[in-house]
Ligand binder design. Structure first.
Ligand code: FES
Length: 162
């Protein structure tokens, strides 16, 4: 069966993955900073990718993946959750949505008074929370407290799921 190549746009070399490895494994091998907020259970936005070509080489989305994809603000028809998509054939090319996922307000408190260089995205819905270039204020961070609660809920829910 051999291996299958996956190329991530913006990186130099394709990654060779064994049959049925996850697209996520390509991102991890490239040491891309993937938050995996739900621990790879198909419940969040943090491993979301766009499949630029080779869709037919991937496993079909499960009902759980489909329902998580419907929640994504930045989804396209080629969106997949990389922890759910298995690579079963050749020549897959993917790209990763731009931006960084918000994890906790502590993470970005150090940026108070500065402008973000990248979009900051909601880790469950992929919605834009702070656009690149916006000034991060203390009040903006306190508004994001709800997001931290969402992530905590997500983690608790994902622990109860196989
Ligand atoms: S890591 Fe959460 S959906 Fe893939």
């Amino acid at each position: 069966m051999g291996t299958h190549s996956v190329r991530v746009i913006g990186t130099n070399k394709p990654v060779e993955l064994p049959q049925s490895a996850r697209l996520l494994d390509a991102l991890l091998r490239l040491r891309m900073p993937i938050l995996m907020a739900c621990g790879g259970k198909g419940l969040c936005a943090t491993c979301h990718v766009y499949v630029e070509s080779g869709t037919e080489s991937l496993s079909s989305p499960t009902p759980r993946e489909q329902s998580s994809l419907r929640m994504l603000a930045n989804r396209k028809s080629c969106s997949r959750l990389s922890c759910q998509a298995k690579v079963n054939g050749p020549d897959v090319v993917i790209s990763v949505p731009e931006g960084r996922y918000f994890e906790s307000s502590k993470d970005i408190e150090i940026l108070i008074g500065r402008r973000t260089e990248v979009d900051i995205l909601h880790p469950v819905t992929g919605a834009l929370l702070i656009a690149a270039g916006m000034l991060i204020s203390r009040s903006r961070i306190s508004q994001l407290a709800q997001v931290t609660i969402d992530i905590d809920e997500l983690r608790a829910r994902s622990e109860s799921i196989q």
